[in-house]
Ligand binder design. Structure first.
Ligand SMILES: Cc1cc2nc3c(=O)[nH]c(=O)nc-3n(C[C@H](O)[C@H](O)[C@H](O)COP(=O)(O)O)c2cc1C
Ligand code: SF4
Ligand code: SF4
Ligand code: SF4
Ligand code: FES
Length: 597
């Protein structure tokens, strides 16, 4: 075995790849070769750290110093100064967005300090293409322990004790589902990993598959053993080529080591895992549609019961679990149910991975204990909204979720409290909004998505979402009437209770939650014909304030429709007939003379 005096970890997640980490990686290799230290320091390409906007990220161990926005030209400086002379390059340290201090170690950054990593325990810490590194970090010891010492029913029981609930959206207790399937009588059963991840803005599952593929495989093998399956599928959307490549490599490696395939670790237990690439339809994340898609049929849902746990893939008992759910499983078996259950709330144990985005300083992938408040996530981890902007809402649960107002900032995040506040955990999207967001426009955005993704099989969803969208469009166009609010609410509730699958049943959530918490904003759109956030185009206009305008003419050049006229050094005039409200003049005017009203 080769020993190295240090490790240089270059993030190889999708985010850092798009900002050039492969070139940076090459530059490090070259710089280390020149200094003849390639045998002393090992370069490792890792998965995502969750701080993609600051990528490419590079971490140097044993010190644990993290560098951000590393370019090709920085590689030789880091090698010469840090790796050779032992002097870290301070100008590339991360800056804490709250204290504005430079932070050498990423564990010291609030974004990371407040996290508790279970599912993401290996992401960014190891080479995802190396099964040996996974094993060195404790990987496959849960599997070995299970095959050595546990009967399937004991595995189900351990998961029950842990209190794990499915991370794919519904939060259904994982052990209850497994128990159902394990008791079903059949000579053939299947385990499926749902890696469809259709929610716009969500990238938790992709990052897990890219950064730690073996933990998902190990979770599937354990789940298969618990329910009595010997075959499984990973349903991964085809837009995730890196995740597919890493999983394929992990499957081959696990097979070579006898951790997958026939007679795993000499136990007599067999498991074969295959990859099925999904075409990227949101509805294919729904269990019965996903099964149809693997079977080669059109990916549309069917009514339940029978549940997949009894009659699933090819008519056989099948368990479908989310990527994050599965990544938690090896940890629970290895560390024991109580270790997992000691984190979280009474009814929501463990942690949850969120994709924190929107109008927040510090966006990224965060894993936090259940029960943490919305405020802690938005302010202590996310660093709050941008300078001078007032927090307005946070949207949880993706297109099926809802918006929570400022008064809910202290709500503890767990399945039940979110549901009682009118939203859901969903797969873990968290979008922060400030005063510049119009809540009706937000509801319209999500409804546009669900309407487009509706498979059209049942009328409430196919027709109902269309009618809801028409009413929202009417309101944002300034043509709404007060009676529309009751109509919206009534139809939304009808769709919720009558649609065939979860897509239609949850599609009205963004409307219902905004009606609940931001009704005044709807009323202002209808009664005053105004959009307080200045988003709805039909409800605002621009004018030039003649007291401020100095007649510099800059706006004339910025206007694509010749809507602005004026003599030099005289106040200019804006013709609303010609204006297309692009905002170009607002951005261009150095004197802030263009006013939005
Ligand atoms: C329209 C729709 C889309 C869904 N998309 C996903 C998805 O992308 N990933 C996922 O794990 N679950 C998704 N689900 C939930 C799954 O159907 C299922 O409940 C989940 O995969 C079960 O795994 P869990 O028990 O581990 O959460 C979706 C559900 C619906 C109704
Ligand atoms: S609710 Fe929508 S997506 Fe689901 S089956 Fe009905 S039409 Fe299809
Ligand atoms: S908003 Fe756009 S179109 Fe209207 S006046 Fe300004 S630059 Fe011209
Ligand atoms: S850019 Fe501003 S100050 Fe200059 S002419 Fe236009 S509105 Fe007036
Ligand atoms: S891809 Fe590098 S931090 Fe996310």
């Amino acid at each position: 075995m080769t020993f190295y005096r240090g490790h240089l970890l270059v993030c190889g997640g999708e985010g850092c790849t798009s900002s050039g980490c492969n070139e940076v990686h090459g530059a490090f290799r070259e710089a280390m070769r020149k200094k003849k230290i390639e045998d002393e320091i090992k370069i490792v390409q890792t998965g995502c750290h969750g701080y993609c906007e600051k990528g490419p990220l590079v971490v140097v161990y044993p010190e644990g110093v993290m560098y951000n926005r590393v370019g090709v030209k920085d590689a030789s400086e880091i090698v010469n100064e840090h790796l050779v002379k032992g002097k870290p390059v301070t100008r590339l340290f991360l800056t804490d967005p709250i204290s504005v201090d430079q932070v050498p170690k990423y564990e010291e950054l609030d974004l990371f300090r407040k996290q508790h990593r279970i599912a993401l325990r290996n992401c960014g810490m190891m080479d995802p293409d190396s099964v040996n590194e996974y094993i060195a970090r404790g990987g496959y010891s849960g599997l070995a322990k299970m095959l050595d010492t546990m009967q399937p029913a004991e595995v189900v029981n351990e998961i029950k004790e842990s209190g794990l609930r499915g991370r794919g959206g519904g939060g259904f207790p994982t052990a209850t589902k497994w128990e159902f399937c394990s008791k079903a009588k059949s000579n053939k059963k299947y385990i499926i990993c749902n890696a469809d991840e259709g929610d716009p803005g969500a990238f938790m599952d992709r990052s897990l598959l890219e950064g730690d593929p073996h933990s998902v495989l190990e979770g599937m093998i354990i789940a298969g053993y618990a329910i009595g399956a010997d075959e499984g599928y990973l349903y991964i959307r085809a837009e995730y080529p890196l995740a597919i490549k890493r999983i394929r490599n992990a499957i081959n490696q696990a097979k070579e080591l006898g951790l997958l395939g026939e007679n795993i670790l000499g136990s007599g237990f067999n498991m074969e895992l295959k990859i099925k690439e999904g075409a990227g339809a949101f509805v294919c994340g729904e269990e019965t549609a996903l099964i149809a898609s693997i079977e080669g049929e059109r990916g549309v849902p069917r009514s339940r019961p029978p549940f997949p746990a009894i009659k699933g893939l090819f008519g056989k008992p099948t368990i479908i679990n989310n990527v994050e759910t599965l990544a938690n499983i090896p940890y629970i078996i290895d560390q024991g149910a109580q270790t997992f259950a000691s984190v979280g709330t009474d009814k929501s144990k463990g942690t949850k991975v969120f994709a924190l985005t929107g109008k927040v300083k510090n966006s990224g992938l965060v894993e936090v204990p259940m029960g943490i408040s919305v405020r802690e996530i938005v302010y202590e981890i996310g660093g709050g909204t941008f300078e001078g902007k007032k927090f307005k809402a946070v949207q949880t649960g993706g297109p099926s979720g809802g918006c929570l107002p400022e008064s809910k900032l202290d709500l503890p995040i767990d399945y039940d409290s979110l549901a009682s506040a009118g939203t859901i955990m969903g797969s873990g999207g968290l979008v922060v909004m400030d005063e510049d967001s119009c809540m009706i426009d937000v509801a319209k955005y999500f409804l546009t998505f669900t309407r487009k993704e509706s498979c059209g099989k049942c009328t409430p969803c196919r027709e109902g979402t269309m009618r809801l969208l028409e009413m929202l469009e009417k309101i944002t166009a300034g043509e709404g009437e007060m009676a529309d609010l009751d109509r919206l609410e009534r139809l939304a509730k009808t769709i919720k209770t009558s649609a065939l699958c979860g897509l239609g049943q949850t599609a009205p959530n963004p409307i219902l939650s905004t009606l609940q918490y931001f009704r005044k904003e709807y009323e202002t759109h209808i009664k005053d014909k105004k959009c307080p956030a200045g988003v709805c185009q039909a409800l605002f206009f621009y004018r030039i304030d003649d007291h401020i305008c100095v007649g510099c003419g800059v706006c004339i050049k910025a206007c694509p429709t010749d809507a602005i006229e004026g003599e030099r050094k005289q106040a200019h005039h804006l013709d609303m007939e010609k204006c297309i409200k692009c905002g170009g003049c607002v951005d261009a005017c150095p004197f802030h003379a263009v006013i939005k009203e």
